[in-house]
Design a protein around this ligand. Structure first.
Ligand code: ZN
Length: 387
């Protein structure tokens, strides 16, 4: 058992000063004052002058690596569990990407099981960028219904020269499969959408919503901060009730080419009146960050980092004056709710004990707790107080 004392708790809502008791990997009490006289059984963590938040939920990470757009030598490496914990991320959604030929869903699942054994919580999407969708069981529906880790399908590419150029009808059929499988298995059944930089932007999804009975909330488009025109299209999409996700991994060169920093995009979305429940940020960790010239030729390639998620949350607060609890919501409760992750993304009794302890001024990470275990610690915080 662990007792976190005197922290300023953001659930992500501001709960003020509270004590939090953790037992068997779960949050069992959040109270003004908790006293337990079992010094051998309860480890005390002093969180005075600290913020206590949910562990971050990163809704898009290429846990088995990605890329390869510049040939085999440019395939990016797998994510290590430390990459997540050092960035305060306690839950990740693992995905394939452009390459579903030399990378497989079987490998993705094996990696997910390995990360779980190391204390991280991992969910995955079946499918990948392209049609025909790769699956483990033979169909998207069966994968989502029968394989616990699969909570949806993606990231399906649109508006990108690397996409399958799907028709709206093909997209509607895919979304319908994921939706029905989600309903039958109590999962989100979400369709994660990779949006490229082509002019079509989100029109394919809008067509599907107009021409079918698929609700706009079935889609979860990412990379919406890729350019100002796409960001504006994303704001319209969110105003119609859709979800939008901003990518935090970037490079100076990508920003120069017109990408809006995720922290800035978050601030602008809020200024545009979009509900924080519809806005998330994700790292796109271990993705390749390819830069193409005007003729589509690759000129540079960097690797995305999970820790950019925490950095962008801090930037949103420090550089763009986003209230802390809202910036925090975009990387905790919002993705957990969109993906129906029940026990994740929120500090509440009964939920998994995934928590971060942050310095209350710099917002740097001091302690990371995943499923009740301390998995990352930047300074000696563990004290055995006499209670
Ligand atoms: Zn992508």
């Amino acid at each position: 058992m662990k007792l976190i004392k005197n922290g300023h708790v953001f659930s992500p809502q501001d709960l003020g000063r509270k004590d939090i008791l953790i037992a068997a990997g779960k949050i069992v009490a959040i109270e003004e004052e908790i006293s337990i006289d079992l010094p051998d059984l309860v480890e005390i963590i002093d969180a005075s002058e600290k913020f206590v938040t949910p562990g971050f939920v990163d809704s898009l990470v290429h846990i088995t690596g990605g890329g390869g757009e510049g040939g085999y030598a440019t395939r990016t490496p797998e994510m290590n569990v430390e990459d997540a914990f050092n960035g305060g991320v306690t839950t990740v959604i693992g995905v394939l990407g452009t390459d579903a030929e030399t990378r497989s869903l079987e490998n993705l699942l094996a990696k997910a099981y390995g990360l779980e054994e190391q204390g991280l919580s991992v969910f995955c999407y079946t499918g990948s960028y392209h049609l025909p969708m790769v699956t483990v069981s033979g169909s998207i529906k069966r994968d989502i219904m029968l394989i616990e880790k699969f909570i949806g399908v993606g990231e399906v590419a649109i508006a990108d020269h690397r996409s399958s150029q799907m028709t709206p009808h093909e997209m509607a059929r895919l979304a319908s499969e994921a939706r029905v499988a989600g309903m039958l298995s109590g999962k989100a059944g979400i369709v994660s959408i990779h949006v490229g930089d082509e002019l079509a932007k989100l029109t394919k999804l809008q067509r599907v919503v107009e021409q079918s009975d698929i609700p706009i909330t079935q889609f979860y488009p990412t990379h919406i901060n890729r350019s100002v025109p796409l960001l504006n299209a994303g704001f319209d999409f969110a105003k119609q009730g859709g979800f939008i996700d901003f990518t935090t991994s970037t490079t100076e060169q990508i920003i120069e080419q017109g990408e809006v920093p995720a922290a800035q995009a978050l601030a602008q979305a809020l200024e545009n009146g979009i509900d924080i429940k519809h806005i998330t940020m994700s790292s796109d960790g271990n993705a390749s960050l390819p830069i193409f010239d005007d003729e589509g030729k690759l000129i540079d390639l960097q690797v995305g980092e999970v820790k950019s998620l925490h950095q962008s949350m801090v930037d949103a607060v420090k550089l763009y004056q986003v209230p802390f609890h809202l910036a925090l919501t975009s990387i905790t409760q919002s993705p957990a709710d969109i993906l129906s992750l029940g026990a994740k993304g929120k500090l509440t009794v009964g939920n998994d004990a995934d928590l971060n302890i942050l310095d209350n001024t710099s917002l740097s990470l001091n302690t990371v707790i995943a499923k009740g275990e301390v998995v990352g610690k930047q300074e000696p915080l563990l004290l055995s107080l006499n209670i």
